[in-house]
Structures are given as C-alpha cells and as structure tokens.
Design a protein around this ligand. Structure first.
Ligand SMILES: [Mn+2]
Length: 474
C-alpha cells in the first residue's frame, strides 16, 4: 500500500490505532513539543499525535510523531504494524534493488488550491508555528523536503536533490537554512555562489511518509530521490511541477514554499536542539527569500521532535541509514552480512561480516568510514562476526566483552572529517575515528583462545517452536 499524501497515511494510522487525537485544548508551548517528546518515551508502539485545538490559534492542524515508532515506520512502508526492526531493514534493502522506478507526473496538485505571492507572503498566516526544545532560538521547519537543482546541470533529473535540512523561520517571508557541506544542497549552493547567482529552491511540507524517509537518506549525488521513493513505495512516486521554480515536487504535499537561497548572504541561525541530542549554537547560515507559497485548504502542519534518543528522528533515519551503507559495503565486500547504523544517523555503526583472512574486518571498518555517508558520520565502527546480529545489542556486547583484546583490536585514526554538529568533534568538523574489531581472529592473525566456540544446540530451534506453541496453548 503506497500513500500519495500525508492525509491518507494519517487515516491509515488512525485505523490501526496508531494515531492519537488530542481533543483537549493545549498550549502551543510547551505542550506540543512535550507531547511529542513523551511519545518517544512510551516505546515501540507510540502513536502519531494530532492536535487541532491549540490556544492562540483559530485555525491549526498539527501532526507530530508520524514516523515515531517501529509500528508507524512499518506502516509507512506498507508493512504490517508488528513487523520487527530487522525484518523492516531487510525489506527496505530488498526494495532498494528495484531502483530506479520512474515517478508519475500529475496535474491538479491539491496544494494549488491556495496561493500567496510577493508582498502577500506570510508564513505565520499559513503555519501554526511553535518551538520544540526550550533552548531553541526560534521556530523551525524540521521535516520539510528541500528541492534544488545543480546550477551546472539543471536538466539532470537525478542531480535534482530532495533533502531534509533544518530551516529557521526568521521573518514572514524569510528562512535561514543549514546546508551541511557533505550534503547535496551545499554543492548546489556552492555552484550557484561561484556564478554569483541565487539558488532557486522549493520546500515541501507535509509529505507522504516514504518521501520523508527518502529525503533523509544518504544517496549517491546523481541518484534521484523520487526514483528511490518509487522503489521503496513499490509504486511510482507522484510528482507535480512547482509553479514558480518549475522544480519537481511531491504531488500530495500540504504546503509548497518557493523562493531562492540568496547568494553569498549569511545571517545568524540557531541555536537548535539537534539529532545529536545536543544544541548547536548560533552560527552564520544562508538565507532563503520566499516568493510564493502554495497550500492545501486547511493544511496540516507536520513537525518532528528531536532530542536525546529515542525520538522520532531516530526512527525516521534508522533503516534509511543502515541500508545505503550495507549496499555500498556489500558491493565490494560480499562477506558483509548486516549493518546497524541506527545510532545518531550512523555516527556509531555496528557491522557483521565474515572474514576472508586475518585483518579483513578492520578493512571493512575503514571502508565504512570512507563511504560518502561515512565521510561525515561513521566515527565509531564495531565489527562483529557473521553469526552475531548487529541489531541484537546483548549479542554485540557479548562480542565486545569476549572477543576484543584492546591493544590489537582498537584502532584510532586521528583528524578525520565529521559533520560539524558532532558534539565531540574538535575542532568542529574534525574528529578521530575508532574501529573496534570484535570479530574472532582468523589465520594468519593467530591470537587468543577462540578454538572452541559454544554454539546453540542443533535441537534448540525445534525447541523454540515447541515452547512457543506450548505457551500459546496454555
Ligand atoms: Mn541527492
């Protein structure tokens, strides 16, 4: 089941018991963010939250925590709500191989119903804005898909980028944007500024749920996010042409904001409580001028709470970070079994791999650091044997505690690149990185006393089934 817009997904969530309508009147601050924060503390079954009685707003519909549990993430992919995390990642990886699936261009986009242009542009009239964490410097749009094109190759569909970047509202027609250097929009902006031009952009809010997953996924520069969304949806992604920029945007979005990133202009942006679970302070960032807003009648404002894990962002960028790394590593090292990159967008990664020969696992770890995503993340890699499930943290801790001889198995490489937001980096953007090889050494790396591992008994699997059916029959 593929959803063409946010509203149809919210309807399904409600039918599955995975959307909670808050019918009491609430305060915009701190209630909205605190409720979304609380949803992340409830656990794997947490619902999406829907508010439409917010004090001070005569007209507001706010959806939070839409991807904020494994049940909701499964439903977004059209899987049964109870699908395990491991099965969701495996199904994600299977669908990845269907790339590219051409999008379907449609007319009559619902966001054409209402328009603000030029001097009439006023974000505060369209969106019920509220702050998330109590140290944030302002209102943020943190779950938008930002569309831009490569100024040096504007007709290349794959180089057109769709990404999620944090956006601070700094005026009724102005935003500040954070283009992290390892991300595609920064390349586009750099190209525009080197020509002394502005960079046109389209910002879409309230998107169908797979588009939100793809917009936060590390992908090759010239691979189209729409063609990937088609693969993951199992159906072509519906797109439409944005009226001002002519860019391709999701057909079903609630709001489409168009304008330009003004070339060579910077303004203070922040602070903002980030996906790292820490604030990033105020820094000089590029500025967006909004020239046109198109929006559905009675738009739903979708936002996302983020902070100390787990919060919605951890679900949103969990599987979508694991699978690209798995695919890139396996292309060169078919021995790689599974990748768990669900910790802080892959700042820490656990990889299970078979070993070709002694020293092999450490090479896999170094390769993970030099993937496209790894250049900005992957600061710590734990390697485990092929029979250890990297999603099973007790097994990973067993491997760490029983297989690692620190002098031989911990490798620290100084002064590598990392996103500036990484709190432990010093200076910002530079960090040492670490490989912990928790695999069993193999020849000619003859170390330790690993000759006789204890395995599950051959009959154990049969007994699992037997115990489960006896328990079910009680
Ligand atoms: Mn891209």
């Amino acid at each position: 089941m593929a959803y063409d817009d946010l509203r149809s997904f919210l309807t399904t969530l409600e039918g599955e018991g995975q959307l909670l309508r808050i019918t009491d009147e609430v305060l915009p601050e701190p209630d909205l963010a605190a409720a979304a924060n609380a949803a992340g503390r409830i656990g794997e079954g947490a619902p999406a939250l829907y508010f439409d009685k917010v004090k001070g707003f005569t007209d507001a519909r706010i959806a939070l925590n839409v991807h904020g549990s494994w049940r909701n993430h499964a439903l977004a992919l059209g899987l049964p709500a109870a699908t395990s995390v491991k099965d969701q990642v495996e199904e994600f990886a299977r669908r990845w191989d269907d790339f590219p699936v051409a999008p379907e261009r449609r007319e009559d986009a619902p966001w054409r119903e209402n328009t603000q242009e030029g001097a009439d542009v006023d974000l505060f009239e369209v969106l019920p804005l509220f702050r998330l964490n109590d140290g944030d410097g302002g209102f943020y749009l943190d779950k938008a898909a930002v569309v831009s094109r490569d100024p040096d190759d504007p007709d290349h569909f794959g180089k057109q980028n769709v990404g999620t970047y944090r956006l601070e509202v700094i005026g009724r027609d102005r935003l500040a944007i954070q283009p992290v250097p390892v991300h595609d929009v920064a390349l586009h902006l750099k190209a525009a500024e080197s020509r002394d031009e502005d960079l046109p952009i389209a910002i879409t809010l309230g998107n169908e749920p797979v588009m939100s997953i793809v917009a936060g996924m590390p992908m090759g520069y010239d691979r189209s996010e729409y063609e990937m969304a088609g693969a993951l949806r199992g159906a072509p992604a519906p797109i439409a042409t944005a009226p001002l920029t002519g860019f391709d945007v999701p057909w079903g979005s609630e709001v489409v904001i168009e304008g330009v990133i003004e070339g060579r202009k910077r303004q203070i942006e922040g602070p903002f409580g980030e996906f790292t679970g820490h604030y990033s302070g105020g820094r000089r960032m590029p500025v967006v001028r909004i020239d046109r807003i198109s929006y559905r009648t009675n738009p739903v404002f979708e936002s996302l709470y983020l902070g100390m894990p787990w919060t919605e962002v951890d679900y949103l960028v969990g599987p979508n970070t694991c699978v690209p790394l798995l695919k890139q590593l396996r292309a060169e090292f078919p021995e790689v079994q599974a990748v768990n990159a669900m910790y802080t967008h892959g700042l820490a990664v656990i990889i299970s791999t078979a070993k070709r020969y002694g020293g092999f696992a450490k090479a896999v770890g170094m390769r993970a650091m030099t993937t496209r995503h790894g250049l900005g993340y992957v600061a710590q890699v734990i390697l485990v044997d092929e029979d250890v499930d990297p999603f099973n943290l007790p097994q990973v801790m067993w491997a760490m505690s029983s297989k690692v001889n620190p002098a031989d198995d911990v490798v620290v490489i100084p002064n590598l690149s990392v996103v500036e937001l990484a709190p432990s980096a010093s200076p910002a953007g530079i960090t040492s990185k670490m490989i912990i090889d928790a695999t069993t050494p193999v020849s000619p790396d003859n170390r330790g006393n690993f000759s006789t591992p204890v395995r599950d008994l051959p009959e154990t699997k049969e007994w699992i089934d037997r115990l489960n059916s006896l328990l079910a029959a009680r």
